[in-house]
Design a protein around this ligand. Sequence first.
Ligand code: NAP
Length: 266
Amino acid sequence: MERRTLGRTGVDVPVVGLGTWLTFDLADAQQHVADAVVDAAFAGGTRLVDSSPMYGRAEGVLGRALDSRRPDAFVATKLWTPSVSEGRAQLNSQLAHYRGRVDLEQVHNLVAWREHLDWLEGEREAGRVGYLGATHYAASAFPELARVMRTGRIDAIQVPLNPRDRDVEREILPLAQELGLGVIVMEPLGGAGSLIPAPDPRELEPLGVATWAQALLRWALSDPRVTSVIPATRNPEHARENAAAGSPPWFGPEERRLVEELALGR
Ligand SMILES: NC(=O)c1ccc[n+]([C@@H]2O[C@H](COP(=O)([O-])OP(=O)(O)OC[C@H]3O[C@@H](n4cnc5c(N)ncnc54)[C@H](OP(=O)(O)O)[C@@H]3O)[C@@H](O)[C@H]2O)c1
């Protein structure tokens, strides 16, 4: 699988990662579901995994699924609270789940970003956190996200990008490129609960991919400003299929346009 550098950090990660929203909020008896997904994703070359305290039990489930593979993983997770003391508690519980280090700590939905960045910079100095980031899913928050990016205090952003949600192309992706920030793409398949419906498989023939999910992942990865995509799944077959989308050839303008037309049902 191709690797790309996460902005100016100099760290490189394989381009297809793994999200955990909804899919990894599992009871103990269902841990095997996440284990099988992580097995399949890692077998396909995936290394970047993403979670959040907002995702119910997902952080603990992910930590157990990674198990001895933790040193090979790049763990991106988030803080999601207006309170600094609760943020510190969230980090402490993450350090327990992920063997003493979070590779990328992101401020989820920009909640109390100034307050959190103040103390997170100290955690980065201390090495418990590798890099800092910020995430938002809504275009209405992008002006605020751009402000955070311009402070020079974060290394990466996480934003939505798929053929039906391209708002980031206007200002956020050009700004990320100018500032040298990593870009992690959430909702690359359209988002949980709003998956972009698949066209007739024969329509995929000119794209050289086996499945619609692979077409959507390659569409996002064909933008060189994107560092990685993080599709979520509970299905090991899907994890395998998604990982296999992470190798060139990338789409050119014509192939991208075809995916857009198929996604918009034209
Ligand atoms: N910070 C934020 O505000 C924010 C917001 C949204 C998402 N995120 C992050 O981004 C990740 C990805 O976004 P998302 O989960 O909303 O949406 P997504 O990855 O675009 O779509 C997830 C859905 O796609 C299905 N799927 C996955 N691979 C597939 C395949 N090969 N074929 C067919 N269906 C497939 C999954 O169902 P199956 O289980 O059936 O495969 C799941 O229901 C999240 O998990 C989370 O880590 C962050």
